[in-house]
Write a protein that binds this ligand. Sequence first.
Ligand code: S6P
Ligand code: ZN
Length: 191
Amino acid sequence: MSEFAKRPIEPMQISLDIASGSLTPSGPTLTRRLSDLDGCFLNPKEFQSDVTSGNPIVYDVISSLVPETARELPQSITTIYPGSCGGEFYMTKGHQHLDLQGEIYYGLEGTGGIILFDGKISKWLEITPGKIGYIPPGWAHRSINTGAIKYKFLAVYPGSAGHDYGWVLKNGMGYRAFSENGKLVLKDFVI
Ligand code: S6P
Ligand code: ZN
């Protein structure tokens, strides 16, 4: 322990309730409405119209009490609501880690997946309950709900990874995920 300036958090047990998507004990919850995803969807007219007519919740993220600091391994539960905007499935903002470190996602409920982009190569990983998605260092990631019910997943990530949202705005996300007759169609992301 002597190498730590400050003692890390104590060992703890955390209860995960999949039905409610909650952690106990839990830290802060972040709720993102459609208006918080300005610039993410391709069609600005549809985006503005959906914001004006209700501005629905697109996803929320419940964090554990483990702090986002070096050497810790915080967790979070993301719940993406079912829906689409301008034909694109509801998605997270998407980010690159400021400190290029890996991350693990574990599917809990619903059907969805991860778009991954390293600046050149695009990948899609489908995530369903019981599936682990591995995000290697240097791959920006955006989650998509491709189903008709809520899509929930657990994320475990290095506490010092951080979130670089600007990277996605600058470099794009590789693919866009469209809903065509309710089915996923991936199209190249054009900047
Ligand atoms: C953190 C991890 C997740 C996302 C969450 C929301 O590294 O990847 O907890 O933060 O799924 O996505 P975003 O792109 O809005 O942060
Ligand atoms: Zn991440």
